[in-house]
Write a protein that binds this ligand. Sequence first.
Ligand code: UD1
Length: 375
Amino acid sequence: MSSNPHVQVVVGARPNFVKVAPLWQRLQGQERLRLSLIHTGQHYDYAMSQVFFEQLEIPRPHRCLDVGSQSHTRQTAEVLQHMEDVLLEDRPDVLVVIGDVNSTPAAALAAVKLGIPVAHVEAGLRSFDGTMPEEVNRILTDRMSTLLFATEPAALANLQREGFDAAAVHLVGNVMIDALHAQLPAIRARGAPHGLALGAQPYVVLTAHRPATVDTPEGLTQLCRIAEVAAGDGLVVFPVHPRTRSALERCGLSGAFERLPNVRMVKPMGYVDFMSLVDSAYCVLTDSGGLQSEAAGLRVPCITLREVTEHVITVEHGSNRLAGLDPDRVAAALEWARHYDRRAATPPPLWDGHAAERIVAVLNQWLDRPREAAA
Ligand code: UD1
């Protein structure tokens, strides 16, 4: 290994951008490291990609692979092919991949085929729902990784049960919470969300983009009922993901949402705007994974519109309730959320803003390992 090891980091989609920001900042503080950032282009719209680079001060990627939106198989295959070219040229000492989007296992596979070690940030999470594309991505990526960075004890336990070498697995906390800590002054300074004229009325934030929720008319109809239940009692602000926007149009259901008097459908937002929207909400309704963590970080109660979650610590810790796509269960959970005491809530252990620091410490140690151990 050279005295200036090369650490290459790959990002592809919106949740990756939030997670890479604090990590990149920490890596940059290590003068001896050579760093490169690859953007696969899985997300490409300004609102889904560039605004995150700007607000989170992530540098311009060294390379953009421009894979864009395609079927999951084609998107994965294209990242795999392009990453092979990149890795053959750059030959990094380690490839860092993040989370569970399609770009993650694709980049990891290209690396392991070339004998380049992979480090996985956010390893070990399991929903045990094999129909989720992300669950498949998580399992595959962990299997290919030499270093596994877990966010929470349940993730560590999953990896132990799956037989991973204890020396490879590190409980470091959650880099999404690092990003939140770093941006909290900007989030709080932004105050109540702009342009929405929300005034002082209580509101909930609704997000939904998972295939299981939005890819069928039945799922979207349930979502509409849930929005109606939540709107019975205040405003519902619904930033609409592009996948959801096109699904609503395809199923002819946009009008059903638009007709709900208390529901405001808005465009996807940048990080600071969205987090300030969440911070001032009394509750979040979502099928997203990352938002369950971010809500816990902001001490805002979260109602998850799924039957299972990979972020079990948020449920154990009392900030998250699972309600499926069932309006009655959502109604009951909204009652819980209305009485949730934010001041008494505490974040999960190690969700303290220092996860990236721990990751970089482990990476440094690993890069300095004796050569025999590397063989
Ligand atoms: C992906 C991730 C998901 C993550 C989500 C965050 C996978 C399997 N899923 O889902 O884990 O929670 O990102 O957003 O990787 N689109 C645009 N502009 C963009 C990106 C997407 O219009 O910049 C539209 C396209 O029509 C595309 C659709 O959104 O077909 C879905 O995008 P895709 O990247 O396939 O997956 P997401 O649903 O965004």
